[in-house]
Each structure stands twice: as C-alpha cells, then as structure tokens.
Write a protein that binds this ligand. Structure first.
Ligand code: FAD
Ligand code: EPU
Length: 334
C-alpha cells in the first residue's frame, strides 16, 4: 500500500516552480494502488497531478494529490503498416515520443519536447506544429472515481477539440486516465506544413522523423523558456477563434492582424494580441511575459500563484479593451 505523505511541498512538481503544499500526497505505482487510494479517500478532494506543467496553484491544496507513477509501454498489435501501442500514464511524454521515433514509428514526432506525462496528453489534446495527439489516439483507458473497473474510451467519445476534451470538461476530476493507446505508422508521412518548420526541416541532412524531431526541438528551444530555469506552463492562454465576419471587421481596423483558418472559424494568435496590447516582455514584481513569446507567462523567481493570476487578468482586460476579444486560459487553475 502506498504511503500518504502529509504537507508535501509541490515546488518540484509544478513547472511554475511555485512554493505550495498539498495537505496529503501519494504517488502510487500500480493501477491497483491507485484505485485503492481513491476508494479509501472518497471523502477528500482529489487532484490527479501529472508533471504539473499545465497547472497554476493559487495556493496550498487542502485535499489529496495523487501523482501516478505507473510506468510501461506494450505493443498490442502490429503489422507491416502500423503498430498499436499502450503507454501507461506515468511515462514521460517526450521520453515516449523519443522511444517511438527511435523505433521508426511515425506520428508523434511533431509533438516532441512537450513537457508532461502520457496520462495528461489527452486531457487538453496536446498539439504543436500541425499535429494534435487526438490524430494518433485509438482509445484512452481509466476509471471513474469510486469505481475500480477499467474502461476503454474510444477516440470518438473523448470529445477532442482544440486544447480540449471530455477529460478537461464533463469528466474533470471524475475520470482517472491510467493508459493511452496510440496508432503509429511504420511508413511515416512527414508533416512539415507549420510556419518555419519546413525551412528548418529541409536544412537537415536526412528527411526522416528523426530529423523532424530535431527540427521541432530546435524551434521550441529558440522560442520557449526552459521551465527548469524560468517557471512557466507554455502558452498561458488559448488562441481565440472568431467568426469570418468578426475577423473582417477587425481586419479593417488592424490590417496586419495575423490569422489561421481552423475548422471552428478563424484562429488569431493570442501572442500577437498580447504583444499589440503592449505586454510583450513586461514584468510586474517577479512575473511577466516572455520576451520571445508573449503568450508565455514566466515566474522569474518568487512569484505567487495569485500574482500570476492577477497579471493574466490585466492582460485579458487589455486585449479585450483593444480588440474586444476574450482570451481564455489554457492552464488549469487550482
Ligand atoms: P499536469 O499539469 O500535471 O495536469 C494537467 C491537467 O491534467 C490537470 O487538470 C490534471 O488534473 C489532469 N491530469 C493529469 N494527469 C491525469 C490523469 N492521469 N488522469 C486524469 N487527469 C489527469 N501543451 C501543448 O498542448 N502544446 C505545446 O506545445 C505545449 N508546450 C509547452 C511548453 C512548455 C515549456 C510548458 C511548460 C508546457 C507546454 N504545454 C504544451 C503544456 C503542457 O505541457 C501539457 O498540457 C501537458 O500535457 C501537461 O502534462 P502534465 O503531466 O504536466 O499535466
Ligand atoms: N506572435 C507574436 N508575438 C509573439 C509570438 C508570436 O505576434 O511574441 C505571433 C506571430 O504572428 C506568430 C504567431 O503568433 O506567427 C504564432 O506563434 P507561434 O508559432 O509561436 O505559436 P502560438 O500560436 O503562439 C501555438 C500553441 C503552442 C505550440 C505552437 C506551435 C496554443 C495556445 N499554443 O502557439 O502550444 O507549441 O503553437 O504549434 O495553441 C501550449 O499549448 O502550451 C503551447 C506552447
């Protein structure tokens, strides 16, 4: 049976590096231990914590934090075309991507270097450089809080959307993901359509998924702050999606406004809206926006969750005043 630790510091377990504490904490390493702890503590608020790279703690957590360290990967089925592989929730995401790339299995290489665990990857349907993890998920495995039965949730029932899923909404705090099953290609097709990616990729000696992984890592390292040096959660906000009509009106006022077509409407880079509102590189006390990427809020040292939240609200208000666009948080506020 896993030990329950009282008053556990979460400083190393959230990528903002905030000094907050959990009243109770446990890191079960098997599914049986995880279900048992959940069942025994149904009277407490329970938060499942992956690697804490998309969480903003506004203060100490008064309930039980469960940090599943369930590891392992297993091939379920394979033929000459594809491989179906199960990865358990505690596996590190980028370690898993590297493992797949090293085996020559394509599909996840554009998602290289995204922090976090495999178990969190479906929660906000992680995405980058023209790929979303939903494109490769066959099903998600897990259990409902209070039950022990492992359910298999097929992709179509996960309600995947841009930075969204059933696990971030209706089932938030209710469903615990124990493993994810992916479908990968043995004859990979390269996807180099996003922004500067094609240029960087073309400059590589070989044009394979390994080169794609290197290209993505290179671009990410040039733009995004390393959370080990500067606490952050990647994009703090989602990119807003507006209608073609709203976009037309904005374009008349702001002819240089960048935009990307998406299946829901027109996507506007929140980084641009924030930069144009004068917030790029600005700092209040120990938090501010990253000088190379205005969408990233950074803890420069001793910021608190509330100071970060206050800054983010100021940014939201400025963007709304200037553009009448509401930018919503991507980060999970606890
Ligand atoms: P956590 O922050 O620990 O948890 C996130 C949410 O998932 C919480 O609500 C938590 O309760 C829930 N959760 C975690 N595990 C489980 C589980 N097993 N079962 C049920 N619920 C669970 N994201 C992108 O999409 N694309 C990017 O390009 C990207 N770049 C980033 C760059 C940086 C530098 C950083 C710091 C973050 C970036 N992110 C990006 C955000 C982050 O990496 C992802 O959201 C990641 O999936 C979070 O994983 P985690 O394990 O740290 O989750
Ligand atoms: N831009 C600015 N100012 C900046 C930065 C960017 O104006 O400081 C504008 C530029 O016009 C640029 C555009 O914003 O072309 C897009 O920038 P970028 O390519 O860096 O991507 P993003 O929209 O800011 C999104 C994801 C990232 C993901 C990258 C690459 C969201 C909320 N963010 O960022 O995901 O890595 O694309 O695909 O969709 C995350 O979710 O945490 C995350 C980092």
């Amino acid at each position: 049976m896993t030990d329950i630790i009282e008053n556990k510091s979460l400083k190393e377990l959230n990528s903002f590096g905030l000094e907050v504490f959990a009243k109770k904490y446990a890191n079960p390493s098997t599914i049986e231990e995880l279900t048992e702890i959940c069942n025994l503590h149904q009277n407490l608020d329970i938060l499942i914590l992956g690697e804490g790279s998309n969480i903003l703690f506004s203060g100490n957590y008064q309930g039980l934090i469960l940090h599943p360290e369930i590891l392992g990967k297993e091939i379920i089925e394979e033929d000459s075309e594809e491989v179906k592989i199960r990865a358990y929730c505690g596996e590190n995401w980028d370690g898993f991507v590297e493992y797949c790339v090293n085996h020559g299995w394509g599909g996840l290489e554009n998602l290289s270097l995204i922090p976090g665990s495999v178990g969190s990857s479906p929660v906000q349907n992680i995405g980058a450089y023209g790929v979303e993890v939903k494109d490769r998920i066959l099903w998600v495995e897990g259990f409902m809080m209070g039950e022990t039965l492992i359910r298999k949730i097929p992709n179509a029932q996960c309600h995947f959307d841009y930075r969204d899923s059933i696990f971030k909404n209706e089932w938030k705090g209710k469903f615990i993901i124990t493993a994810v099953v992916f479908r990968l290609d043995k004859k990979p097709v390269i996807n180099a359509n996003y922004g500067q990616l094609s240029e960087v990729f073309q400059s590589k000696k070989t044009q394979d998924i390994r080169a794609m992984r290197e290209s993505v890592i290179e671009i990410r390292n040039s733009k995004l702050p390393d959370p080990k040096k500067f606490g952050n959660v990647g994009s703090f906000f989602k990119n807003p999606v507006i209608s073609a009509h709203e976009f037309q009106l904005l374009k008349e006022k702001f002819p240089n406004i960048p935009s990307f077509p998406s299946k829901e409407g027109i996507k506007i880079p929140a980084a641009w809206l924030i930069e144009q509102s004068g917030w790029k590189g600005k700092r209040i006390k120990d938090c501010g926006t990253w000088p190379n990427q205005a969408l990233v809020i950074v803890n420069y040292g001793n910021s608190t969750g509330n100071e970060i939240l206050e800054l983010s609200k100021k940014i939201q208000n400025s963007v709304f005043e200037k553009f009448q666009i509401k930018i919503n948080r991507e980060v999970n506020l606890i």
